[in-house]
Ligand binder design. Sequence first.
Ligand code: NAD
Length: 441
Amino acid sequence: MNIAVVGTGYVGLVAGVCFADGGHDVTCVDRDQKKIASLQQGQIPIYEPGLEDLLEKSKARLQFTTDLKTAVEQNQVVFIAVGTPETADGSADLSATFGVVEQICKFANDKKFIVMKSTVPVGTANKLTLFCRENSRFEVEIISNPEFLKEGAAIDDFLKPDRVVIGCRSDLAQNLMREIYEPFLRNSNPILVMDNTSAEMTKYAANAFLSVKISFINELALVADKLGADINDVRRGFTSDSRINPAFFHPGLGFGGSCFPKDVKALVHTGQEVGVPMSVVQAADQVNDRQKLVLIEKMKDYFGGSGSLKGKIFAMWGLAFKPRTDDVREAPSLAIIKELDRLGAKVRAYDPVAQQTAQAASSVKFEAASSAEDSLHGADALIIVTEWNEFRTPNFARMKSLMKTHVIFDGRNILEPKKVGEAGFQYFCIGRHLLSKKGPT
Ligand code: NAD
């Protein structure tokens, strides 16, 4: 089938390349000329494992262009995967979405199906349907097809989805979508067909629930810290209940990325609009803001108060909001760097792939190290922010020779407290038994 995908970011590019891998002919459109030029040369502007190889494999069925008009004229089905960032009041900014829909209406030369892959507030498809009726000479049907891929595992998620959610009004739309997704549903995972509004809400429900899980375990870990319980044992204990799925109960520095923070806020905003305060979801968001800076409190305790961090140098391992991506949107690393800067401390940070994105996104300057070890020279402490695999088995002896003070603040619980203690380091983490004592040695 011929498909156009508008927006070649983390979602649109993965979708386009995977659709091509599934045998469809795909035109990927973006307004960013630089991005399109590099894609035309086979270069991927983002870091996503496996994407470059898949693009190379499927390139015969892929085109990259900034020419939306031709793409619309030549394709009956147009996916939209442009950004829907949050606005100041927490609602989603739909200007890019409506802008593209308006263009599609203008360029339509026949009946068109617009498939919304962007995460859009509940009720948007209905608004777009009315908008298209007023603005297009031809019939335009809006299909809701929220995306559930995870950055860092996006290819696998797309090629083998747990489920495909489709919100639509007609059998024709449903059949088209079944045909498009047919290559990806050989593992018998379901296509779930529903109305547009329910499909839109499904996406927010999933992200909000996952955010609540994360904030729940993080808050529990803070209490465990105070009372001397070990959150790992607590988690093992309560998730052994067959009603409680253990996935996503890992205490850390909170959630980041381009989706959870903005989707949680957008759902809270939607609740306000219809007079239903989303108190549980709102609390998850507030807990998350606090969690991002939880290590700073531990560092102040250790070094002796707020003023004590002034002039200190902190090595930071990890900048991306999670491993296997270069995405730093809403990353805890940036919040920590900003707060340390405010307190007069310096950060020397290393990330295997997110150095550049982080430096571009950070509101304050920080030093980029060329390796994990390089970040440690003369450091007063190490802060672990992203759980990249390469940080899990450090060479403690070498670290000791490089660092000024032998203390580690592990925001992802990736090290083993006993081992770290035996290696002669003081160690602080999230909600686990500590072997460390207060104050520098
Ligand atoms: P992104 O910022 O990485 O990419 C958006 C792309 O759209 C950019 O390349 C931008 O240049 C392009 N664009 C913007 N306006 C355009 C226009 N008028 N015409 C053509 N191109 C335009 O965003 P993303 O992370 O891919 O997210 C896209 C949507 O998918 C969002 O609604 C997001 O919430 C949702 N989503 C994201 C993820 C994720 O993990 N990133 C997962 C599921 C859903």
